[in-house]
Design a protein around this ligand. Sequence first.
Ligand code: MF3
Ligand code: CO
Length: 253
Amino acid sequence: MGRETIILRSASEIERLRRSNVIVAEILEILKERVADGITTMDLEGICVEELKKRKAKPAFKGYRNYPYCLCTSINEEVVHGMPSSKRVLKSGDILSIDFGVYYDGYYGDSAVTVPVGEVSPEASRLIEVTATCLERAIENARIGNRLFDISYSIQSYAEGKGFSVVRAFVGHGIGSSLHEPPQVPNFGEPGKGVRLKEGMVLAIEPMISAGTHEVHIMDDGWTAVTADGRLSAHFEHSVAITKDGPYVLSRL
Ligand code: MF3
Ligand code: CO
């Protein structure tokens, strides 16, 4: 059928997706512990490459549309798709989004976190907290019988209620034997709309929330998305299976 067909995954496929996502989660934990003033984003990329080797897993992003690295490392006003660089030294007060995916045994895993570097401003820590809560609310709505945009609305209503804005240029996605599968999962939308959620759907839900405008620009490197007004942005992502027993967060340890 067409590209819009949403693949429903069996319990055994979901367990295989779980394995890929556990690898993502374990490596993200290791990376989070290493985030500190003075480390470069290329140092984090190097650690990631080693950890992937240990687990015989492949990076999901490297080579995807010619993206050159395993990690996306987006600092401060960078929204998503920032590239690791030996010239980017983290400093106290920064916020860093780490987005990471793997391919293992036929299935993809995808997750992202935003972490403070040392002591950050009250606005930065509030933005991180609100974005993390947006994802938790979204996960709670990833239930049989709900509609897709119930997820979207739960993110948008919370973020905007806190005075922040929802990035629209990028969306979440189905995930399975491809990194990106239907459906697209926007972080904004009307409750009660969109496809009905069914058992076996697996969604990568990834709110990107900005302190100021929701507009983004793409830098000359062709990848890095930055807020149009230069204010902060945060990003969290989990891969979530919709099951009879409720949402199953595949990328949480
Ligand atoms: N989590 C992001 C996504 O699902 C990361 C993609 S980075 C890319 O789109 F390099 F693979 F494009
Ligand atoms: Co994703």
